[in-house]
Design a protein around this ligand. Structure first.
Ligand code: XIL
Length: 312
């Protein structure tokens, strides 16, 4: 009886899952499956700014620490998510002046990375900095207040905070070659020229049957910049209710994405964005869609699980 993590270990890849602290602490079945099937964890929410620095200068690491403790007990790595984002960031940050905002960003990056130095070796430094319209930068409070230099600045602070950490730029809808991934490519290239970035995280919140045909070439062009790639938040959503044909297609899609990573030396791994379908953020954000993960609500593996296993 093999597991995802045994198969991933054998080929030197991370197979990760986004975890919820409360479930990790209160649900033994959840805990056991996370420990058995995965060799890498991402905090679904616990390391975001609103969780780690809800008021200025007041850092709260309890949730993130619980995840790190669990990971260490189970010989798992932790992927840090995320330092600078427009979402789940307290309003006190958004209301600062430019100079104050820059120093708050430096202090946040430095304090969080220092706290987890040695325990968290990879970080999503910036998340979702490119918009969905024509590859323009996202018109966030970061951009509005600090200008586009805030991206490189964030990476400089991160590099200084933990020189041994792998630093990622992370975004969604960059799996295919297109305007948005082109912009990520350009940003990553500029950062790579200054040795400020180590990897590109492709969230991969995908729609059933729509693994992009250009995904392989897209991953390769990032690797050709000397960077790693990582599938950071994989889920594949289905119009509800899901039928057998759809679950079979989902299996094929999960297998394809995992194969793309398994076949690429510089792909560090695949993380799925939640354990069971009932744990997923998808139904809240995409009404009428769901069942996007590897396990059903009763902790049983779905066909998609076999697809991932076959690819590892
Ligand atoms: C989501 C979480 O899954 C939800 O629990 C939370 O309410 C909102 O954020 N892109 C990201 C993740 O980078 O942090 C998001 O996670 C999903 C989209």
């Amino acid at each position: 009886q093999t597991t995802l993590r045994d198969s991933a270990d054998a080929i030197g890849k991370d197979i990760g899952v986004a975890v919820d602290v409360n479930k990790l602490q209160n649900d033994a079945s959840y805990r056991n499956l996370v420990a058995t099937e995965f060799n890498s964890l991402t905090a679904e929410n616990a390391m975001k700014w609103n969780a780690t620095e809800p008021s200025q200068g007041q850092f709260t690491f309890a949730g993130g620490d619980a995840i790190v403790d669990f990971a260490q007990q189970n010989d798992q790595s932790v992927h840090g998510h995320t330092l600078v984002w427009h979402s789940q960031t307290p309003s006190w940050v958004q209301n600062l002046s430019a100079a104050q905002m820059q120093s708050a960003m430096q202090n946040h990056i430095t304090t969080v990375m220092d706290h987890y130095e040695g325990d968290v070796a990879t970080w999503d430094v910036v998340n979702e900095v490119v918009s969905d319209s024509n590859g323009a930068l996202r018109d966030s409070f970061w951009l509005q207040r600090l200008g586009e230099g805030y991206i490189a600045q964030a990476f400089q602070y991160a590099r200084a905070a933990d020189p041994n950490a792998d630093l990622y730029i992370n975004d969604y809808s960059i799996e295919a070659i297109g305007a948005k991934s082109d912009r990520i490519y350009t940003i990553a290239q500029g950062l790579a020229n200054q040795d400020l970035v180590d990897g590109v995280g492709l969230q991969s919140h995908l729609i059933l049957g729509q693994v992009p045909s250009t995904m392989e070439a897209n991953l390769q062009r990032f690797v050709d910049l000397g960077l790693k790639v990582r599938i950071t938040e994989l889920d594949i959503r289905i119009p509800m209710p899901a039928d057998g044909n759809e679950l079979a297609q989902q299996k094929a899609d999960f297998q394809r994405v995992t194969e793309l990573c398994a076949d690429l030396v510089d792909c560090s791994g695949v993380t799925v964005w939640g354990l069971r379908d009932v744990d997923s953020w998808v139904p809240d954000v995409f009404p009428g869609e769901g069942a996007p993960l590897l396990f059903d609500d009763n902790y049983n593996p779905k066909p998609a699980y076999d697809g991932v296993l076959a690819a590892l």
